[in-house]
Every structure is written in structure tokens, then in C-alpha cells.
Design a binder for this molecule. Structure first.
Ligand SMILES: [Zn+2]
Ligand SMILES: [Zn+2]
Length: 140
């Protein structure tokens, strides 16, 4: 009986460090994931990760603008959708409408000739800072 208890405590003593290592590894992995997530959030906001409509606010120059990331609805002429885009050259934020009875879904460039994109980290149209916050108002 004593031998059994000895074996048991020996096994525990041997297993515990191994278990502790696993727990510590798991913990550090979680911390790493969290850091990566915070890193991504800090790196800026993107249309593709935003929903609905709301407003952006620049933390650097306090610029504010109402924007649409993506909304959809239905009109007399059929389904409609509105997609937010930003000009990569001048930073202007605009909304592209589809539907409304037009077949024209070619992406016209910005007035300044710059390309419109929704697949990039948004920057402030005024000071070009990426330190923006997005506040969602509604989603469709
Ligand atoms: Zn700004
Ligand atoms: Zn432009």
C-alpha cells in the first residue's frame, strides 16, 4: 500500500512539470493571439471588416464623416446596394450605388483620376492618418 502511494506521488511529481509546461504554452499562445488581434485593430480599419453604415472619426485631426460600408435594400426597380469606397489618391470617401435600374456597374474612377478601393486600410481624407475609429450606426 505504501509502495502504491509512493508510486502515485512519484507519478504526480513527474507529471506536474510536464502539465505545467503545456498550460504555460497554451497561455502564451493565447496571449500571442490576443496581441496579433490588437495589432490588427491598431493597424486601422477596412471597409471589408466593417458593416452597415456609420461614421468615421480621425483621432489625429478630429475629422468626422458619415460613411457607408455596405448596405442593401429594395426599390421599385429591383434590389439595390450601396458600397463605400475610398480614393487611394485624394482620400475622398464615396458611396457607389448599384441597382436603381441601371446596368452600369463599371467602377468610375474618382474625380481626381485616382483609383477607388475598398480593400485597403482607410486613411483620413484630411490628414491621411490611419488612426481612425469607425462607429456603426445601422446595418442592413
Ligand atoms: Zn485626420
Ligand atoms: Zn480622388
Amino acid at each position: 500500500m505504501v509502495a502504491f502511494e509512493l508510486t502515485l506521488s512519484l507519478v504526480c511529481a513527474l507529471l506536474w512539470p510536464a502539465l505545467a509546461v503545456i498550460v504555460l504554452q497554451e497561455r502564451s499562445r493565447q496571449l500571442k493571439d490576443q496581441r496579433q488581434w490588437e495589432e490588427r485593430v491598431r493597424s486601422g480599419i477596412e471597409f471589408t471588416r466593417m458593416g452597415g453604415a456609420g461614421s468615421i472619426h480621425c483621432r489625429d485631426c478630429s475629422y468626422e464623416q458619415e460613411i457607408v460600408s455596405f448596405t442593401h435594400g429594395y426599390s421599385d426597380t429591383g434590389p439595390t446596394s450601396e458600397t463605400g469606397v475610398q480614393c487611394l489618391k485624394c482620400g475622398k470617401l464615396t458611396t457607389l450605388s448599384e441597382g436603381h435600374g441601371t446596368d452600369d456597374d463599371t467602377e468610375a474612377p474618382c474625380d481626381c483620376g485616382g483609383a477607388l478601393s475598398r480593400d485597403h486600410v482607410l486613411f483620413c481624407p484630411r490628414c491621411r492618418s490611419k488612426n481612425l475609429v469607425y462607429e456603426m450606426r445601422y446595418i442592413t
